[in-house]
Design a protein around this ligand. Sequence first.
Ligand SMILES: Nc1nc2c(ncn2[C@@H]2O[C@H](COP(=O)(O)OP(=O)(O)OP(=O)(O)O)[C@@H](O)[C@H]2O)c(=O)[nH]1
Ligand SMILES: [Mg+2]
Length: 374
Amino acid sequence: MATLQKLKDIEDELQRTQVNKATMGHICRLKSRMAKLKRELLLESTRSGAGGGGGGGEGFDVSKTGDARVGMVGFPSVGKSTLFSKLTETESEVAAYEFTTLTAIPSNIYYRGAKIQLIDLPGIIEGAKEGRGRGRQVIAVARSCNLILIVLDATKPAIHKRIIEQELEGFGIRLNKRPPGIVVRKRDKGGISLTTQFNAPPTHLDAELCRAICQEYRCPNAEIVLKEDATPDDLIDVLERNRVYVPALYVLNKIDATTMEELELYDRLENYVPISGHLGWNLDELLEEVWRKLNLIRVYTKPKGEIPDYAAPVVLHNEPAHCTVAALCRRIHRTLAQEMKYAWVWGSSVKFSPQKVGPEHVLRDEDVVQIVKN
Ligand SMILES: Nc1nc2c(ncn2[C@@H]2O[C@H](COP(=O)(O)OP(=O)(O)OP(=O)(O)O)[C@@H](O)[C@H]2O)c(=O)[nH]1
Ligand SMILES: [Mg+2]
């Protein structure tokens, strides 16, 4: 409780402090202290097993299967289990009362040849990250997901969206954000130096503010390089180090129970998918958006002289390090990457089809690959 009180005191002080050039150093120090207290709070709740019931420790025990993991997070009774039962072969209990789902329920969606694990989770409420309800465990699962579906009830106030976001953010999850373009190189002496790698003066950070923040992290000597116009919060995220960057979709459910006027309010928002889980409205678009956000590619392998097996793609994450020919080999067989001499590739990643490529070649969606061994 002492930590909670300290956190509250700092939050109050932040609210009272006017934001201007003279107070920025102070504000940055307060923000760094808040980030540290939040980290302590999480550690405390992990140790005491708070978060109620079942297991304590690190979230629910669900093993990762398939090509990607998608978790559903939202207030109680927004319709998560209804949607889950529609999208998978597994039934998750649905009821009109709150907190129907009490644990994490995994199942699979088969989409475009990929096996996507979908996890139904208990509802969370404000204060989840401090251990209310099963919130802390739910958020721990959310941290391990490749995509978070934030399920909202179109008939309930829009403030729920903000509360869920705050709970996830308080647990170190950054939604729809890339890691900040900041490099911090600690050194033995020389104080704090700041350099930029973009063509304009930084507008949010200067050497003085960086010094104030770094002091809070007992890092008096460091070379800080900004690759973008980053904020003090970004620098704190980098120094905290335990942040996860997860894409999210806002799934606006129960649109059958709301008016067109109310729906139009959401239309301009990014990453929104309006649906009715109960009536099965717009689930095709939802799956399409899930696929887009997961950013996966399908690669078909082709044994020599045969046609590729289009029904069983190898699914890879579309990031340069994870979708090379070498990464494909590692997915197929433990020793294949060493045994490979070269590969033939047909598809959009090559100029000519087929083209001979090496292990570092980066593949694209729907490429066909034939691996030639030594
Ligand atoms: N009108 C309407 N009602 C829905 C829809 N989806 C779910 N419901 C109703 O909302 C209530 C709650 O549904 P659940 O699927 O149990 O909600 P949940 O989010 O899993 O709830 P918890 O497990 O308690 O967190 C039930 O009475 C459902 O029938 C929908 O698309 N439209
Ligand atoms: Mg449920």
